[in-house]
Design a protein around this ligand. Structure first.
Ligand code: K7E
Ligand code: CUA
Ligand code: CA
Length: 642
């Protein structure tokens, strides 16, 4: 028996609550939110009971016993930690943390020259940024499903997009976007590769959330009417910015169509408001659609401008410039109210916007949006084919491939399962249409929810993961900052079942659940991938050029190739370290006391660090990564002569 069976199936049955939330109601809801731990205690007990029942009745399918592997990877953005995590599904085990926009001493991210070059440095050699905010992560596609080659993630804080390699799960490129702030939504192109030379996704789209003066150089700061927001397209291969499209309103999440024709972003601030009251003043905002081929044709034809110092072509996607559907670059489909999230159904037919301040989800038919672009649909709003009431605070929607949608209800702390066809029938006037199928408590305040393979043409409808923003009483208390919760649901049956909770270091944001067989990781690097590799004992030397010293070092358990290296105080020292061990999992570390140097080299990998030897003395460079019975003995002396 699952917890929700003890309660009303409908999450928001009280019709009095099913109103749009105005400013006052929202303030009340925010207060209610702080009290929800208490108000939901009966639900908690029911849910806890159901978990115990599930465990005692032995759901072996969920268990990943010692020595067995998970059947899915959950690739998850980590919010303001700036990183990306990989979890196993269904175990919920954290398998890897990938530093992206943050600094990570274990790996040496932000410390090694190679990672610093990816993150970007200022002319004085300092990192340009050392913090970020990852929200949305998506993979490269082939034939409508993941090919495991790349994953892209946004940085809302400093308006960047990073790429992570699927074979090493390390960040390999980061691009800063010009002319935007609050780079939030991100989605890769799902169309089949058109260019045989680049046999994977060729575009990555990014939406900006904040309005800024264009250019943002201080001249229009007191003229909010001159602020603007740009939608950005990057080249997935080079990671260069291809073009930007200026819009009316702002952008939140991004979705792309399976045929590659359309990208879209939900807009919560069509009011162009500066304060939150202004941003929620309209009853409807919109989902803005981008006609990718027309935008790229306009860029090709030179119909663009540039902003400030940026050379990126900017096309005009604002309403006034796009009144004629047959030439329009953009289409604004009105949806209620401050919508949060736009998600594509795996059958390729619909985008669903959740209402957030409206208890509804809006189902937009992509064929009808294309019809509008062809001049054959009277109004963009006519592309909305359903708008079911689903509950309070709907944020994100995921799909099981069997025609059901699963929407997170932030205010209700529930996941609601509803039928897309049922909602469409109801919208057409069928009063008997069954729309809501099930609802289940989650703990608490879910943001994103995502299903196994649910953002591909191969959805398997097995698991739904709820990324909850509050955990309250779910784990041992550890001080004022609580860990957050991810909760895994079994969605194979008519009713959802809560399988288990696992902790998530703030903040569990968006993720994708990828079938394990799609990911093909490597265990060992190729020495030749690294132009600066120290390949032989003979190449392991100390070279001096003025006050620049280059120490070329190799590691092979349990020793470094040189027992000591002497430099002079004030030298600019570069240490290049190649790991010559070829054994799977045999990583060495390299730490220098008092010099802030700490990094690892994986089998056959090369990394380097550069620092000024400003402190004379003996410094034991030691292996930081337990590698061998003689791991503690694995050290060399850095001698800095006064
Ligand atoms: Cu993914 Cu808040 Cu960044 Cu929804 S958006 S939770
Ligand atoms: Cu090498 Cu520890
Ligand atoms: Ca609004």
């Amino acid at each position: 028996m699952s917890g929700n069976e003890t309660k009303d199936i409908h999450p928001a049955i009280d019709p009095g609550r099913r109103k749009f939330l105005g400013t006052t109601a929202m303030a009340g809801a925010a207060l209610g939110l702080t009290a929800c731990g208490a108000s939901q205690s009966s639900g908690d007990k029911a849910a806890a009971g159901s978990a115990a029942t599930a465990a005692s009745s032995g759901h072996d399918a969920y268990e990943v016993p010692p020595g067995k592997l998970d059947s899915y990877y959950i690739i998850s953005s980590g919010g303001h930690s700036g990183e990306v995590r990989i979890l196993g599904c269904p175990s919920g085990r954290t398998i890897k943390r990938i530093p992206v926009f943050n600094i990570d001493p274990m790996l040496g991210w932000g410390i090694t020259n190679e990672s610093r070059a990816i993150i970007g440095t200022r002319p004085d050699g300092q990192l340009k940024y050392w913090t970020g905010d990852t929200h949305h992560i998506h993979g490269s596609y082939k034939d409508g499903t993941y090919d495991g080659k790349y994953f892209w993630v946004n940085d809302k804080l400093n308006a960047r997009v990073a790429r992570i390699r699927g074979d090493t799960f390390e960040t390999d490129k980061i691009t800063e976007l010009p002319n935007v702030q609050g780079q939030h939504g991100l989605f890769s192109d799902k169309r089949d590769p058109v260019d045989a030379a680049i046999n994977y996704t060729t575009r990555v789209f990014a939406g900006a959330e904040f309005h800024i003066p264009l250019p943002n150089d201080g001249r229009d700061e007191e003229s909010p009417d001159k602020y603007g927001c740009l939608f950005t397209c990057l080249d997935a291969n080079s990671m260069d910015v291809r073009w930007q499209c200026r819009i009316d309103g702002n952008m939140d999440l991004v979705a792309t169509s399976y045929d590659g024709k359309l990208a879209a972003s939900n807009q919560y601030n069509t009011e162009n408001g500066i304060h939150y009251e202004d941003m929620m003043s309209a009853e409807q905002d919109a989902c803005v659609f981008f006609h990718v081929a027309r935008i790229e044709a306009a860029v090709k034809a030179g119909k663009f401008t540039t902003i400030g110092d940026s050379k990126v072509p900017v096309v005009d996607g604002r309403k006034e410039a796009n009144a004629d559907p047959k030439t329009a670059l953009t289409c604004y489909v009105p949806v209620p109210k401050n919508p949060h999230g736009v998600n594509a159904s795996p059958d390729g037919k619909y985008f669903v916007c959740s209402g957030k301040l409206s208890p509804t989800c809006s189902v937009i038919d992509l064929a009808l949006v294309n019809k509008w672009f062809d001049g054959e649909l009277a109004k963009p709003r006519d592309a909305v084919v359903a708008e079911p009431n689903v509950g309070l605070g709907p944020l994100h929607t995921a799909f099981d491939g069997r025609g059901n949608a699963y929407t997170t209800l932030f205010l209700d702390s529930k996941i609601v399962k509803w039928s897309v066809d049922g909602a469409i029938a109801q919208f057409k006037g069928d009063a008997k249409a069954k729309v809501i199928i099930d609802a289940i408590d989650v703990h608490y305040q879910p943001g994103h929810g995502f299903t196994s393979m649910g953002e591909t043409k191969e959805p398997d409808g097995k698991f739904f993961n709820s990324g909850n923003k509050f955990s309250k009483d779910r784990f041992l208390p550890v001080g004022p900052l609580h860990v957050e919760t991810e909760q895994l649901l079994d969605i194979t049956g008519e009713k959802m079942k809560l399988i288990h909770d696992h902790t998530a270091y703030p903040e569990p944001h968006d993720a994708i659940i990828v079938r394990a067989d799609i990911i093909k990781t490597r265990q060992i690097y190729d020495l030749n991938e690294f132009p600066n590799a120290v390949k032989t004992k003979e190449e392991s030397t100390i070279e001096r050029n003025g006050n620049k010293v280059h120490i070329r070092l190799m590691s092979q358990a349990p020793a470094y190739s040189m027992r000591e290296f002497k430099v002079k105080k004030g030298d600019l020292v570069t240490i290049t370290l190649t790991n010559h061990d070829k054994v799977e999992d045999l990583t060495h570390g390299f730490g220098i006391p008092k010099y802030n140097i700490n990094f690892v080299v994986n089998p056959q990998e090369t990394k380097s660090v550069t620092f000024v030897a400003d402190k004379p003395g003996i410094f034991w460079c030691y292996c930081t990564h337990f590698c061998h019975a003689l791991h503690l003995e694995m050290r060399s002396r850095l001698i800095v002569e006064a």
